[in-house]
Design a protein. Structure first.
Length: 412
């Protein structure tokens, strides 16, 4: 039985580990934390199949100066971190070329078009179908001007055949009575469904992985033992070794540090995201909501209501700035005037962001027995089951059902 190590016990790593173990490999998960304690703990619980568009677009660049000057804007860059971001931003700018945008849109759409085929299979195998809610997501607009500003998004979804329904007036509040009457138009995305608790999904998948014979080793990866034949073992900071015939690096925003130890550069940054989990909100919600002009999202999940959004670029080491979370709650109250946020907790996590918004999934270009699965950005939960399926196919020598060239590690 082949042995394989998967580094990273978030939703991506755990799903890959489960799928490989299910297919007969002996899998060891390695992470410094318990499963699901990173970005997977606090994501917005959305299976966001309509959100695959590249972040770098001409319209985004036009708004960027205004956002950066606004302390409450949707994008915040800490000044001390700016010099380190220059190479990443140059690649981010390059991704906005019209010809490149079409390639990147297609690469994201291909993944999103098969999300439920893979997610439904995963949840049925593991007995977790009850964790996927039936309701979709509402995108909110105060007026026609806000709707037109988001029209490019709708046009792309129509081009790739994703379902949506434009709703106006009282029909919006028939779906969500707690919404303000200031919302004049909405778009319902019925396939942007939610997970009842994203952290519990990770831990439940991990339990299924363990039940199949998988194991976990908790510790910090300090290095690798390498030879001409490939990587033979991981060295942990406390001196322990984890031997493997094959290895998958799926450590989210921390994967670039690991790939650097193998002399393989990945232009991976962290988009620091914040959420506020409100446990006694004083309102009820069926759908998740997003308000593009205000750059926030609200999802009923984890026994309450979760408010999140925006982007902060400040690296992996800077302490959280929870003013970002408070701004989001203030904006959420614009949409939900009766929202009570007295009983709430705040959280910050690291989304793994590549400059072209398309994840890396595939073999190393430098080490024959190493694979990468990282850079899923805001869509780690959305892409998890599909990533598990595709990575397991690649590692086991099975032809994947999609062309994997757009996701190769050496495309930059």
């Amino acid at each position: 039985m082949s042995s394989i190590v998967v580094v990273g016990a978030g939703i991506i790593g755990v799903t890959i580990a489960y799928e490989l173990q299910r297919r007969g490999l002996a899998v060891t998960l390695v992470d410094r934390d318990a499963p699901g304690k990173g970005a997977s703990y606090g994501n917005m619980a959305s299976v966001a199949v309509t959100e695959f568009m590249p972040a770098s677009r001409p319209g985004i660049w036009a708004q960027m100066p205004k956002w950066l000057l606004d302390p409450e804007g949707p994008v915040r860059i800490r000044p001390a971190y700016m010099p380190k971001l220059v190479p990443w931003f140059l690649r981010f700018l390059a991704a906005s070329r019209p010809s490149k945008l079409r390639e990147l849109e297609a690469a994201g759409a291909v993944l999103c078009q098969r999300v439920y085929e893979d997610f439904d299979a995963l949840l049925k195998q593991t007995g977790l179908t009850q964790m996927l809610t039936a309701e979709g997501c509402l995108s909110l607009y105060t007026d026609e001007a806000e709707f037109k500003a988001d029209r490019e998004h709708i046009d792309i979804l129509e081009r790739f055949g994703f379902r949506h329904e434009i709703i106006g007036g009282n029909a919006i509040r028939d779906l969500e009575p707690a919404l303000t009457t200031k919302i004049g138009k909405a778009v319902l995305f019925p396939d942007n469904r939610s997970i009842s608790d994203p952290y519990k999904l990770v831990t439940a998948l991990f339990e299924r992985f363990e039940a199949l014979g998988g194991r976990i080793v908790q510790g910090d990866v300090a290095g690798f033992e390498q030879s001409e034949a490939g990587v033979s073992a991981i060295r942990l900071a406390d001196g322990r070794r984890v031997v493997a015939e094959k290895m998958v690096l799926a450590a989210g925003a921390f994967t670039a540090r690991l790939s650097a130890l193998l002399r393989e550069h990945i232009p991976l940054e962290t988009e620091r995201g914040y959420h506020t989990q409100i446990m006694e909100p004083g309102i009820s919600m069926r759908h998740s909501i997003i308000w593009p002009a205000r750059a926030f999202m609200v999802t009923p999940t984890a026994g309450g209501i979760r408010v999140g959004g925006t982007v902060e670029m400040a690296g992996l080491e800077a302490p959280p700035d929870y003013r970002r979370a408070k701004i989001l709650v203030k904006r959420a109250r614009e949409a939900l005037p009766e929202l009570n946020a007295e009983r709430a907790t705040e959280w910050m996590g690291h989304r793994p962001a590549l400059p072209d918004t398309v994840p890396v999934m595939g073999p190393s270009a430098k080490r024959r027995n190493v694979w990468y699965a990282t850079g899923h950005g805001h869509l780690g939960l959305t892409y998890a089951a599909t990533t598990g399926r595709l990575m397991a196919d690649l590692i086991m020598g099975v032809e994947p059902p999609v062309d994997m060239k757009p996701y190769r590690v050496d495309r930059f």
